[in-house]
Design a protein around this ligand. Structure first.
Ligand code: ZN
Ligand code: ZN
Length: 219
């Protein structure tokens, strides 16, 4: 916990902000998001010290903890949702979860990454056959919901280049996905497209219950 220097907030959905108040208060951490997202998070019951609240603007770089950070918009059904593009020297990290599709504004930030954290939220078959009510299935599959395994795999197959060294597949649904199915879908898509990873490229699945191991971008 001592190594955390700040918090970047993408949107107000509860799976992203449940522990926010406690995390910030206990560790006096600065937290960054847009005015609109702060407005959707802060309620009279949420006690976040004004000192910790930092307002940022979409597509305007800010400097924090040695990084140049830029928020970019993504399509999702919250009052506003952003991804983060983080630069340190010539290394670029893009973090993008919770998006129904990858629009023209979002795509360049993903394509520029050396390390990409992107969602692969649901297996299309599992969601269709699962127990969720119709309205929830429709919401998840919509253009403002989440990326399914085939969507993410196809997009990665389109954009993969030697610059993209690490891909972390994240935000897997607990009920409609599994790490095995995500990898299977990706491997199948890549093999159909004749894509072979080079020896520097790694793809991993982020565990929803465990912190991710450190990834070192600089040799
Ligand atoms: Zn969300
Ligand atoms: Zn989410």
């Amino acid at each position: 916990m001592q190594t955390i220097m700040g918090v970047l907030i993408t949107h107000n959905h509860i799976d992203h902000i449940r522990g926010l108040e406690l995390l910030i208060r206990k560790n006096s951490l600065p937290a960054f998001t847009t005015q609109k997202i702060w407005e959707s998070i802060l309620t009279p019951r949420k006690k976040i010290s004004p000192d910790c609240i930092h307002k940022i603007s979409i597509k305007q770089k800010f400097h924090f903890a040695g990084f140049d950070i830029e928020a970019f918009p993504v399509c999702h059904d919250a009052p506003e949702t952003i991804g983060f593009y983080i630069c340190a020297g010539n290394k670029k990290i893009t973090i993008v979860t919770d998006l129904g599709h990858i629009c023209q504004t979002t795509a360049p930030y993903i394509k520029a990454a050396n390390l990409l954290v992107i969602e692969s939220n649901y297996d299309e078959q599992m969601l269709a056959n699962g127990k969720y009510p119709h309205y929830l299935k429709a919401r998840i599959q919509s253009d403002h919901g989440h990326l399914g395994n085939h969507q993410t795999s196809a997009f990665l197959a389109d954009i993969i280049s030697d610059n993209l060294n690490y891909v972390c597949l994240a935000h897997l649904s607990k009920n409609n996905n599994s790490p095995e199915i995500v990898l299977q879908t990706l491997q199948q898509t890549f093999s159909e497209r004749g894509i072979i990873l080079n020896s520097q490229q790694q793809i991993s699945i982020l565990n929803r219950n465990k912190p991710t191991d450190m990834i070192c971008l600089i040799e």
